[in-house]
Design a protein around this ligand. Structure first.
Ligand SMILES: *[C@@H]1O[C@H](CO)[C@@H](O)[C@H](O)[C@H]1NC(C)=O
Ligand SMILES: *[C@@H]1O[C@H](CO)[C@@H](O)[C@H](O)[C@H]1NC(C)=O
Ligand SMILES: *[C@@H]1O[C@H](CO)[C@@H](O)[C@H](O)[C@H]1NC(C)=O
Ligand SMILES: *[C@@H]1O[C@H](CO)[C@@H](O)[C@H](O)[C@H]1NC(C)=O
Length: 435
């Protein structure tokens, strides 16, 4: 990842998006849009060298969407089954002071922490951000118990599907489990997009599957280089993950960070709209519409998947917001807070929260009443309160030439709590495993 990342970074920096925008169009709104798109969110290109290396082979066609609505208030599905209504809402709560569990990993006891997330190794000195625990309003969230977890998932296959933040989650998950059983790495690609671990004693397999949009999205190229404009096929899910699902027992699906780009939305060979392109004959949508269509496509696929084992349990993880302050990633934005924010300090009108709401709406819409195959892992609220959890300058400076990483999460760090949620959700289904 490091070597190809650097060369990609060089290519990227020598080819500024602003120039491309001047070449492509002349309308002022378009330029502003280009600037917005390029400056705020091209960050993720840096984390994903060579975005063109994965051209999906066999797109998987979805049944047609019934309608496209920008407004979603009218499309909530019927209420959840009773057993869910009785559960504690794990996602509404606050961060309370509590020393980090001594049974959790450190940068010494987990050897697989990626350099870019190993914040202490990279020079982060404050450690107090580890001493906070999520407290749901209506119950306690148990600490992560790797033994219990491995007992529940014995003999199973588990995948984290999504972008580099999904991979971040897998890395944390593997470190947490590694305190009970040492995993064996059985696959890793050169760009660190696909990775597979096996826990031999528990015969448990964990993998990350790279799918930045979840649906098929292809970057347009000019003379062989990508121009940061994407063609999105909202009726085709990305085969890179969809082909794997039939073989899985568990999947954690997430996405969102790649959607802040100029996009043409295709359905059944027609362009039905676009995001950030502002052409007179194409309907202009906002980013959350593209994300909505991607999530809708995911559930549409899963609900209609003939080959899928009916027992595959799908966790939909909601958006984890970045925390740039004082600028964006390439204009000096930073994140050097050392503790959580209270609920009152968070801007709940922010776009990140809106993206989460879109994901929740599509989850409600896509999962049928009584269908036991889905869970939501709604991390957004808790993570919006954790501006202190990112590598920030303690990686950025070394690798990204002064840019801060306020998007991914330090390990150890608050990202470990996502796996506490996974365990809590599994225990609600397997109460007898609780020991
Ligand atoms: C762990 O973090 C310390 C700083 O707290 C650092 O000196 C050390 O190199 C790190 N070790 C590993 C193996 O990453
Ligand atoms: C693409 O390459 C051709 C031939 O080298 C050149 O004439 C053209 O200007 C290039 N287009 C762009 C947009 O760079
Ligand atoms: C929109 O109009 C432009 C200019 O007439 C044309 O080049 C383009 O193909 C049109 N786009 C669609 C989706 O019809
Ligand atoms: C955080 O970084 C900004 C910009 O570098 C700086 O002005 C500020 O003093 C820093 N705050 C802390 C608490 O270190």
């Amino acid at each position: 990842m490091k070597s190809s990342g650097t060369s990609f970074l060089e290519r990227f920096l020598s080819n500024t998006k602003r120039e491309r925008c001047f070449n492509i169009g002349s309308a002022v709104p378009f330029l502003l849009t280009c600037f917005f798109v390029a400056s705020i969110f091209s960050f993720f290109l840096l984390y994903s060298p060579n975005p063109l290396s994965l051209i999906p082979d066999q797109p998987i066609l979805l049944p047609p969407h019934k309608q496209h609505q920008r407004d979603s208030t009218d499309q909530l599905a019927s209420p959840k089954p009773n057993f869910e209504q009785k559960r504690c809402d794990l996602f509404k709560g606050k961060w309370v002071r509590a020393p980090r569990e001594s049974s959790y990993y450190t940068n010494w006891s987990c050897s697989s922490i990626p350099e870019s997330k190993n914040c202490f190794k990279q020079g982060r000195e404050d450690r107090d951000f580890l001493n906070w625990k999520w407290k749901p309003d209506a119950c306690e969230l148990q600490s992560f118990n790797p033994k219990t977890f491995l007992h529940i998932v014995r003999g199973k296959k588990w995948a984290f599907i999504g972008d580099s933040v999904a991979r971040n989650h897998m890395d944390s998950f593997v470190c947490l489990l590694s305190q009970e059983e040492t995993p064996v790495e059985i696959y890793k690609d050169s760009e660190d997009r696909y990775r597979k671990w096996h826990f031999p004693k528990s015969d448990f397999t964990v993998m990350s599957i790279w799918s930045r949009f979840l649906i098929v999205g292809e970057e347009r190229t000019v003379n062989g280089s990508g121009i940061n404009i994407f063609d999105m096929y909202i009726d085709k899910v990305d085969p890179d993950w969809a082909n794997v699902v039939p073989d899985l027992d568990y999947a954690v699906i997430s996405g969102g960070h790649w959607f802040f780009r100029a996009m043409y939305l295709h359905e059944a060979d027609n362009v039905i709209g676009c995001v950030f392109c502002q052409q007179p004959n194409v309907t202009d949508y906002s980013i959350d519409f593209a994300l909505r269509m991607a999530f809708r496509g995911v559930f549409n696929f899963l609900n209609n998947c003939q080959n899928c084992k009916k027992k595959t349990l799908v966790f939909a993880r909601t958006f984890a917001s970045a925390h740039f302050e004082g600028g964006v990633w390439n204009t000096g934005g930073y994140c050097n807070k050392t503790g959580p924010m209270s609920e009152a300090e968070v801007d709940w009108t922010s776009f990140e929260w809106k993206l989460r709401n879109v994901q929740m709406e599509e989850y409600e819409r896509g999962t049928r009443q009584g269908d036991n195959r889905y869970e939501v892992v709604d991390v957004t609220r808790a993570m919006m309160m954790r501006p202190d959890g990112h590598p920030g300058e303690h990686w950025g400076n070394k690798w990204m030439r002064g840019y801060n990483d306020c998007t991914h999460w330090c390990m150890p760090g608050p990202v470990d709590f996502w796996s506490e949620l996974l365990l809590a959700l599994l225990l609600q289904r397997h109460p007898s495993s609780d020991s």
